[in-house]
Design a protein around this ligand. Structure first.
Ligand SMILES: Cc1cc2nc3c(=O)[nH]c(=O)nc-3n(C[C@H](O)[C@H](O)[C@H](O)COP(=O)(O)OP(=O)(O)OC[C@H]3O[C@@H](n4cnc5c(N)ncnc54)[C@H](O)[C@@H]3O)c2cc1C
Length: 414
């Protein structure tokens, strides 16, 4: 039985742990928070996961909230009219072919940890640093570090060629609420882009106190949406959320008239630089550690891809470990495994990073074109499930035009 260690009980590490356990591997999962600490702690993410990522959980039998978690059925996009900010210059929505879902990680991770132990995995609660990595890597044939944004991941070297930003591009905030008015016709992620100020998106989720909505704020640093850093209390954070909507997005403020914070831990504020790191860490002893998930590819949440990437990374790593059979997990294999994931993730990173900058002509053509062409809106909505379909159009004006033409034609004959 091959001995594998996974460090980090999050969206990337846990599915690999479950998958290997299921195939008879001896899996030890090291993580630094107990189920009780996670349940009683602050929200960590907005974690909207699209169908392909949810399929990873379905295949492993860990899709435990499928029937309970409210569906996200589409994507909406709005841009306020600069001449008349209480109206929209662009407004479209498209239905997802298969629903997305966002289960609060405070629900999901504790139950996954308990379920993993129930299925026979070993869970060790330990804050892992270099000394622990040395010990763990000595005792296992493969050590995977999936510690998200934990300090320990800084041990992986930043890959400057794949990381265009050296500092945070947005001041982030989350506000979990009950009582938000639903969108008409179908539920959706409602994106609002306010050039120069930032972005706001909101969608249904499941939290500890039942169905809710998650508000995500992405403020351009030092601008009017960078307003959460010094909030004095949960209620203060909530009030700053609502006052922003009243000031900049009246249609979203209307939906929020009767809402309240889900709980005193249902909010978050912070920032980080989108970063790609080199995937293999060499410890002082010479032992190697393979990075995965946010530990090595951390995106700004603007496109809602982090949990999706984590699940997809888990599938790639799981398949590669199983395909390795009894051979050694050497550095070449580790690098090849990461590159296999990077084949997919590179375009997600590129798309996400582009959304943090001024829109390119092709992005504008696509985003404005979708308001005229429902098939294009449908295409762009479903691209959240697999952003690679946006390429080459997202990078190239002529390709974007071709895509617009093709969806227009399909629409004309549909
Ligand atoms: C504001 C915000 C909004 C987001 N919204 C979305 C969204 O809508 N859709 C989406 O797909 N993604 C979203 N994400 C991103 C998503 O949450 C992450 O990408 C995803 O959780 C990454 O999974 P991971 O397993 O790599 O890391 P995590 O889920 O963070 O897990 C890391 C694990 O490692 C453990 N750990 C950390 N340090 C140590 C240590 N030293 N020793 C032992 N254990 C350790 C932690 O306790 C945790 O269990 C959002 C993120 C943020 C910040």
């Amino acid at each position: 039985m091959r001995k594998i260690a996974i460090i980090g009980g999050g969206q990337a590490g846990m599915p690999v742990a479950f998958g290997l356990l299921d195939k008879g591997y001896d899996v030890s999962l090291y993580t630094n928070r107990t189920p009780e600490q996670i349940r009683a702690g602050r929200v960590m993410s907005s974690q909207c996961m699209f169908a392909n990522a949810l399929d990873v959980e379905r295949r492993l039998g860990i899709n435990l909230w499928e029937h309970e978690c409210p569906p996200v059925e589409g994507i909406g996009f709005a841009l306020p009219n600069p001449e008349q900010p209480d109206t929209k210059a662009i407004d479209w929505s498209g239905r997802l072919d298969r629903i997305a879902q966002a289960t609060d990680q405070r629900i999901k991770m504790p139950i996954w940890l308990e379920e993993f132990a129930r299925r026979g995995g070993s869970v060790i609660f330990e804050d892992v640093g270099v000394a622990e990595l040395e010990r763990i890597s000595q005792e296992h044939e493969l050590t995977i570090l999936a510690a998200g944004k934990g300090e320990v991941v800084r041990l992986f070297e930043r890959d400057a060629t794949r990381s265009p930003y050296a500092s945070p591009q947005r001041a982030l905030a989350l506000t979990y609420v009950h009582g938000l008015e639903p969108t008409p016709n179908y539920s959706r992620v409602s994106f609002n882009f306010i050039p120069g100020v930032g972005e706001y998106f909101v969608f249904p989720s499941l939290t500890l106190s039942g169905p809710c909505d998650i508000m995500v704020f992405e403020g351009v640093p030092n601008g009017p949406l960078d307003r959460f850093r010094d909030a004095q209390s949960p209620q203060d954070h909530f009030e700053r959320s609502i006052s922003f909507l009243e000031e900049f997005l009246p249609w979203e403020a209307d939906r929020a008239r009767h809402c309240e914070l889900t709980d005193n831990q249902g909010y978050l504020a912070g920032s980080f630089a989108p970063t790609v790191r080199k995937p293999v860490l060499t410890l002082p002893s010479g032992n190697k550690v393979l990075g995965m998930g946010d530990a090595v590819v951390v995106n700004d949440p603007i496109t809602g891809q982090g949990s999706n990437n984590a699940a997809k990374c888990a599938q790639v790593y799981l398949d590669q470990i199983l395909a390795r059979g009894a051979q050694r997990f050497d550095q070449a294999w580790m690098e090849a495994t990461f590159e296999k994931y990077w084949d997919y993730a590179s375009q997600v990173v590129s798309w996400t990073n582009s959304m943090l900058a001024a829109p390119t002509p092709q992005a504008l053509a696509l985003l404005t074109g979708a308001a005229q062409h429902p098939k294009l809106a449908h295409f762009l909505a479903n691209a959240f499930d697999d952003p690679t379909v946006l390429y080459p159009a997202w990078d190239n004006v002529a390709e974007a035009e071709k895509l617009i033409q093709s969806t227009t034609k399909v629409f004309a004959t549909a």
